[in-house]
Write a protein that binds this ligand. Structure first.
Ligand code: HEM
Length: 280
């Protein structure tokens, strides 16, 4: 948001008119980030499939992982079901996680299904290439965004004030009833947006650092990373959990974009212009 607050004094807010909401830097960074996110997620699932299990701690516990996607097999070694196991509790996730159908309709033992991974076939080396390529674009894009957050004080648009936090219960109730801010209130992000966007801004650097900690070369240059995350396996688990958090964020984010006016929202993130609706 181009500090809408500073661009437009609240007592002069035009309702039913187009205002300037997002600067070019925020818009370009947002879309580069969204593209990187899709490629990183799909190639990340490809990499995860090479060892679809997570352990919390310094070393891998192959017998008792905290989380795993595995296949149950018959006497011939053919997969019969997909299992997702979380802290010893297994759930049947056949067709999606643990075992999914290939192009011939046969059940294959795979963590994530082929339609969700990049590339589709199991190919760890290629998955890593895609992942690292988009990871570095994400890092460069993130640096530009953070420079803008601080340099142009965009962080003030995302940082919730005390008054915002006090209005949190009302904002949650309004969202639950699908009542979205109009008039003056729509000039700024609402408190739920601020908290959600801020959480993403905080989650990304931790996710990137946890990713770097999985690299032995980076660890030998910066051994404190291993201490910070409690080992390479813990870094891998955290990297995975934060990716899941971002997936959940994106699902809610997209639902909110659609429910609160998809055309107005999309126009604002593409051209910068946003229509303020009349307050009734
Ligand atoms: C096709 C996918 C996406 C669409 C259509 C979309 C749409 C939008 C729109 C319309 C806004 C502005 C909301 C407003 O003005 O009230 C926004 C802001 C934002 N989106 Fe997305 N988004 C997408 C993907 C993502 C992804 C993948 C992420 C991160 C994982 C993300 C993170 C954010 C953040 C942090 C903001 C606030 C930006 C700022 O003001 O600095 N979005 N998005």
């Amino acid at each position: 948001m181009t500090s809408v607050s500073s661009a437009l004094p609240t007592n002069a807010a035009p309702t039913g008119r187009l205002i300037f909401r997002h600067s070019a830097v925020v818009r370009v960074c947002h879309w580069i980030n969204a593209i990187c996110f899709v490629f990183l997620l799909m190639s990340g699932m490809q990499i995860f499939n090479a060892d679809p299990a997570l352990t919390w701690g310094q070393k891998t516990n192959f017998d008792k992982p905290s989380f795993s996607l595995t296949a149950r097999e018959d006497d011939n070694g053919d997969p019969t079901a997909g299992l997702t196991t979380i802290f010893g509790h297994s759930f049947d996730t056949t067709g999606l996680l643990g075992a999914s159908r290939d192009e011939n309709g046969d059940l294959d033992a795979r963590g994530f299904p082929s339609w969700a991974t990049l590339p589709a076939d199991q190919d760890l080396a290629m998955g890593r290439r895609w992942h690292f390529f988009f990871a570095w674009i994400l890092v460069l894009n993130g640096l530009v965004y953070v420079a803008y957050l601080i340099g142009r004080r965009h962080i003030r648009d995302l940082w919730p004030s005390l008054a915002d936090l006090k209005a949190l219960p009302r904002s949650i109730a309004d969202h639950a009833r699908l009542r979205f801010p109009k008039g003056q209130e729509a000039l700024h992000y609402n408190v739920l947006q601020k908290l959600a966007y801020l959480s993403v801004v905080i989650a990304f650097p931790i996710l990137i650092l946890a990713g770097l900690t999985m690299s032995p070369a980076i660890d030998s240059a910066f051994p404190w990373l291993l201490t910070l995350f409690g080992g390479r396996q813990a870094a891998r688990a955290l990297h995975f959990l934060l990716a899941i958090y971002l997936v959940l964020f994106v699902i809610v984010h997209l639902v909110m974009v659609v429910l609160s006016g998809p055309i107005n929202n999309m126009r604002s993130m593409i051209t910068g212009r946003y229509r303020i609706k009349e307050q009734r």
